[in-house]
Design a protein around this ligand. Structure first.
Ligand code: A2P
Length: 341
């Protein structure tokens, strides 16, 4: 039977997109609860044409639900997800809090859905980082075919990774700079301001000199792919784009790579579009992938002439859908298919 669900962070960008995907995909539920902070109590949101009041997370009774999606930030998940589990709910968590917990599987359904065969020990299934998800979906078949020696990745991450307030700040800051080029506008979500700028710093700085965002891409890729020694190294950059992350990846393999075979291999993956065959050199951009927002888009596939074991690719993926809400819904769909719920 269809599950009773709760969306924690329902008023946020990922929460809003979860609602949209539930509607678009005809995700079946018996009952839905929309949950956010006390600030949102009194608001109403519609799901499948029906209005629902937003409920306060503080005091919410999770024994009313079978499945709870959390997308209200890591500290909220840290505090409330264990409580939801104790009350009997299975949690799909969008934050970084449980990702490296050995008792919580870290799942990209197209890559490691087998992790969903059993109910997790912690009661929490973690959804990976928004830049990690599209990358591992492409790395897995490359590893299987040619073996990966090292992947070097730079990301170009959109403002929507910071939620509604990140998008609002980019718009406001850009408007301020358009009116007066010397005015960078507000710079709280992004520091320095993201208007007409690129900022090589996402999340917090670690002692290693890498940012937490950069560390997540390494550690999470290893866990999802089950390759504890995988060599992935990244620079994560925020760019003044509203939505969809891009990545430039140099992937060096143990064996020489045939370009045509590589393109065919990637194009055959589920929900991946390779921009190549009709117009060589064709490439996706955040602005041009919106017609297929549920695909990982790949372009600029280049095997290096001086080193045929290595190749570059460019990828673009909607960070709110593929990188968060869609992955979470696909986890739920896979759970239902398996009867794990
Ligand atoms: P609220 O709208 O009530 O502040 P975004 O990712 O767009 O920034 O959204 C964050 C989401 O997380 C919102 O739904 C927000 O609710 C929710 N949220 C943030 N802090 C809390 C909290 N302490 N308790 C419950 N929900 C929270």
């Amino acid at each position: 039977t269809a599950p009773r669900i709760a969306l924690v962070g329902a008023t946020g960008l990922v929460g809003n997109t979860l609602i949209q995907l539930i509607e678009e995909r005809g995700f079946r539920y018996r009952d839905v609860h929309l949950v956010a902070s006390a600030r949102s109590v009194g608001r109403e949101l519609t799901v499948d044409g029906r209005p629902y009041p937003v409920q306060n997370l503080e005091g919410f009774d999770f024994s009313q639900v079978d499945l709870a999606f959390f997308s209200a930030g890591a500290s909220v998940s840290a505090k409330y997800a264990p409580h939801a589990v104790a009350q009997g709910a299975l949690v799909i968590d969008n934050t970084s809090h449980f990702r490296m917990d050995p008792d919580s599987p870290l799942v990209v359904p197209q890559v490691n859905a087998h992790e969903l065969d059993r109910r997790p020990v912690s009661g929490v299934i973690a959804n990976p980082n928004c830049s990690t998800i599209p990358l591992v979906r492409l790395l897995q078949p490359v590893e299987a075919r040619w073996g990966i020696r090292q992947a070097v990745v730079s990301t170009y991450q959109a403002a929507s990774g910071r939620g509604h307030s990140g998008v609002a700040e980019l718009r406001e800051a850009t408007a301020a700079s358009l009116a007066d080029p010397a005015d960078p506008g507000p710079a709280e979500e992004f520091t320095p301001s993201l208007s007409f700028n690129v900022v090589p710093f996402i999340d917090r700085l670690l002692e290693s000199g890498f940012t937490f965002e950069e560390q997540k891409m390494l550690q999470e890729s290893r866990k999802i792919l089950g390759l504890p020694h995988l060599d992935v190294t990244t620079t994560c950059v925020r760019v003044p784009v509203v939505n969809s992350h891009s990545e430039a990846a140099w992937i060096e393999c143990h064996n020489p790579v045939d370009r045509a075979e590589l393109v065919a291999l990637l194009a055959a993956l589920p929900e991946v579009t390779v921009h190549d065959q009709d117009t060589p050199g064709a490439f996706p951009t955040p602005r041009t992938v919106a017609d297929r927002p549920d695909h990982v888009h790949v372009g600029r596939v280049r095997v290096a002439e001086h080193n045929p074991r290595g190749f570059w690719l460019w990828l673009v993926a909607d960070n709110i859908r593929i990188g968060a809400a869609l992955n979470a819904i696909q986890i739920a769909e896979a759970l239902l298919e398996r009867g794990t719920l």
